[in-house]
Design a protein around this ligand. Structure first.
Ligand code: GLA
Length: 717
């Protein structure tokens, strides 16, 4: 209950007009307005978009559907619609009470300033033992609105549990506009992040994962624009959910024209039991509005992820070498040492031994779960390799897949009951492996134990943390009422383990991976330093994957390797420079068989590694502008600019050569209009005004397919 007495209150980004029950959150770009109605027990949305004065916001009407006996009373505009009453839209809150009934009847108790720029609104069922708090927070100086919900079973000890059938982080109502367009990504293994833009159906469009992990096939974020937005212009709203297990984003477009997004963890049928006194805190859903197009929305997300999600935002990510494409499961002390020496000569900073170093891991049929060095491949253990890698001046990393087990392993023989699969059902094996139940503390304690030994015994600096199959036949081992909660609780167990490990080893850095990009979300990024973007390392395919990835995620986490040509997956031959330029647009890594590279290739690679070190602060910590999207013309181009606009990096790629007129100049973004910029390779000097107004003349590209260039500009004088 608000204890304030004055009529208008300001708490950082939060402004409140008490008489009207209006709560407003403000950033430099937007304001978000809602109205609390104590009599009706509703919290309804008023406005999200251009900044408005509180006095005006307090007088704005709340939209209501036509009042007939078939209409929903507040459909589309409630901040947290429940199942119950005259509500026929997508609920944010669906409950099964102890008596088996569902309807929730909400009341509003008031608001609470949790701290500066953070307000919570308390709602409570009028007669059943359930209360929920809607949290709204703006990070200092930020442009994103974070929302989540905390639900409490308010019954006495001894009362029965209730089941949360859907407990969303948020419903995000959007303003009234004539038309709408939905942007999202879809894909599959080695084909992640294909960006699609289409009108949302009048009805419900659900993006979801039923896999127990975020998934390659969809990602938990959407953008909505009023059908007229472009890369750098037009109104765009975007929201993401920080959920690493199953999830659901439902875009609802009502016949009356209201559009909103309900963002929740868990797919349909996943229920979470809440015992008396129990509290359930949803993952965070974070959103932004910009009047300046998709690019501005992406940059707002990039800045937010870098400042508020990543554990070490200010660090530069090292250039890594990974053995997977060079030696596959055939790793040995000798071949890793040979690769490590070559990598060190090229300027690589971190050497990572991928799969195959442990147990009886000769292929993917056995060994997962037995995390001791493979006796034939590493007869002296990993220590000599780790020491030599460190002596060569590189950090040492290893691949692990702690959440998985092969049936052919000592671990499975000892603990067949540790898997998520149900004892009376077939345990479907995918990649010959089963999933360990990380919602159980004895399982995560076991993982913590061997990971501590591995890291401590070998001075491991970096883990590539993999996860190579989706859940099937997943259920709670004890057969509780929420048998399928493991689809979300597993991820929560994983987060606890990663947090614990990182606290024990503060210098440890983690690369998240799930067969490439199968678990990339803001929840996992809160415990990772970077992510393995895709198992597809074809530098041309990567441009599309990276374009979709970058809609939400910053280049500072986008791990990208230069591998051999022709590419093992696609068979495409790609020149070394193009492979490098594609990977240099993110966190550069190397992944080819360096022992087979020619002297000319090695010297070219060393030059490009050095060049990456030079531009790395701009790529990893700068602002990204997508100048030309892949597939929309002959060229693809991306610009990165340092925050002070002193340094600018432009990558240009031409995957396919064709006869035709020259390409128009590339109009750069966000430079100092009056500043003079020198091309660090050609010496040419241009003003910012010319580079933005007329454009950067397209650099001369080599003849033929897969041609690329890198332009480095520095402000002079
Ligand atoms: C997954 C990863 C690959 C590699 C293999 C090892 O597919 O995405 O990079 O680590 O597992 O088995």
């Amino acid at each position: 209950m608000s204890a304030q007495t004055t009529a208008q209150l300001h708490h950082g980004a939060v402004e409140i007009d008490e008489p009207s029950g209006t709560v407003l959150l403000r950033t430099a770009t937007w304001c978000y307005v809602l109205r609390v109605d104590f009599d009706e027990g509703t919290v309804r949305h008023v406005h999200w978009g251009a900044p408005l004065p509180l006095a005006d916001a307090a007088r704005l009407p709340v939209w209501a559907e036509h009042d007939d006996s078939f209409a929903g009373r507040s459909d589309g505009v409630e901040e947290y619609p429940v199942e119950g009453g005259a509500r026929f839209g997508v609920p944010a809150l669906e409950v099964r009470f102890a008596d088996g009934s569902n309807p929730v009847e909400p009341g509003v108790e008031g608001w609470r300033i949790v701290r500066e720029s953070h307000v919570a609104i308390l709602q409570r069922d009028r007669s059943r033992p359930l209360a929920w708090e809607l949290h709204y927070r703006v990070q200092p100086g930020g442009d994103m609105l974070e929302r989540w919900t905390e639900l409490t079973h308010t019954g006495q000890a001894g009362a029965q549990a209730l089941l949360l059938r859907r407990s969303a982080a948020a419903h995000w109502p959007l303003p009234q506009r004539a038309d709408w367009r939905l942007s999202s990504v879809h894909g599959g293994w080695s084909a992640e992040n294909r960006l699609e833009r289409c009108p949302p159906a009048v009805g419900e469009t659900t993006l979801t994962s039923r896999r127990g992990h975020t998934g390659h096939h969809a990602a938990p974020w959407v953008m909505l624009d009023a059908a007229g937005a472009a890369e750098e212009s037009g109104e765009v709203w975007a929201m993401a959910l920080a959920a690493g297990g199953s999830w659901r984003l439902t875009v609802q477009r009502t016949a009356a024209g209201r559009v909103g997004v309900v963002a929740s963890e868990g797919h349909e049928g996943v229920e979470i039991a809440l015992p008396p006194g129990g509290r359930h805190i949803t993952p965070v859903s974070v959103a932004v509005y910009s009047p300046d197009g998709f690019g501005a929305v992406s940059r707002a997300f990039h800045t937010y992820v870098r400042r508020h999600v990543l554990p070490h935002p200010d660090e530069l990510r090292p250039i890594l070498y990974n053995s997977w494409e060079a030696t596959s499961f055939e790793v040995s002390e000798e071949n890793q040492l040979a690769l490590a020496r070559r990598a060190a000569d090229l300027g690589v900073e971190l050497f990572v031994v991928d799969d195959g170093w442990f147990g009886t891991r000769d292929d993917d049929r056995s060994g997962l779960g037995d995390w001791t060095p493979h006796p034939r491949r590493f007869p002296r253990g990993l220590r000599p390799l780790a020491d030599e890698v460190h002596r060569l001046g590189m950090a040492f990393g290893v691949w692990v897949e702690p959440e998985m087990v092969n049936a052919d392993s000592d671990l499975y023989r000892a603990h067949p009951d540790w898997v998520v699969h149900l004892p009376d059902r077939s345990a479907t094996e995918l990649r010959h492996q089963l999933v360990l139940d990380f919602s159980r503390s004895e399982v995560t304690d076991w993982a913590y134990g061997w990971l501590c030994d591995l890291i401590g015994d070998h001075d491991v600096d970096f883990l590539k943390w993999d996860f190579n199959r989706s859940f099937t036949e997943a259920g709670a081992h004890a057969g509780g009422p929420d048998a399928r909660s493991v689809y979300v609780e597993h991820a929560r167990g994983l987060y606890r383990l990663l947090d614990r490990l990182r606290a024990t080893f503060p210098r440890l850095r983690v690369e998240g991976c799930a067969g490439g990009g199968g678990r990339i979300d803001l929840g996992m990024l809160g415990r990772s330093d970077q992510v393995w973007t895709s198992d597809n390392t074809d530098a041309v395919d990567r441009l599309t994957i990276q374009h979709g990835f970058g809609q939400i995620h910053p280049a500072a986490v986008m791990s990208a390797w230069v591998t051999d040509s022709p590419n093992p997956l696609t068979g495409r031959a790609v020149p070394l420079a193009f492979r490098f330029h594609s990977a240099m647009a993110g966190v550069l890594g190397l992944g080819g068989d360096l022992t087979k590279w020619s002297a000319r290739e090695l010297s070219e690679a060393a030059r490009l590694v050095a060049q990456y070190k030079d531009i790395r602060p701009v790529v990893q910590h700068g602002l990204q502008y997508r100048l030309l999207a892949p597939g929309q013309g002959s060229l693809t181009a991306v610009q990165y600019a340092s925050a002070d606009a002193d340094r600018v990096v432009v990558f240009v790629w031409r995957p396919t050569a064709s006869f035709g007129p020259g390409h128009p100049p590339l109009r750069l973004r966000a430079l100092d209009v009056r500043g003079r910029y020198r091309d660090e390779d050609t010496g040419a000097v241009w003003t910012g005004q010319t580079l933005m107004g007329y454009g950067l003349p397209v650099p001369r590209l080599p003849a033929g397919d897969c041609a690329s260039a890198l332009v480095r500009l520095r402000r002079v004088g």
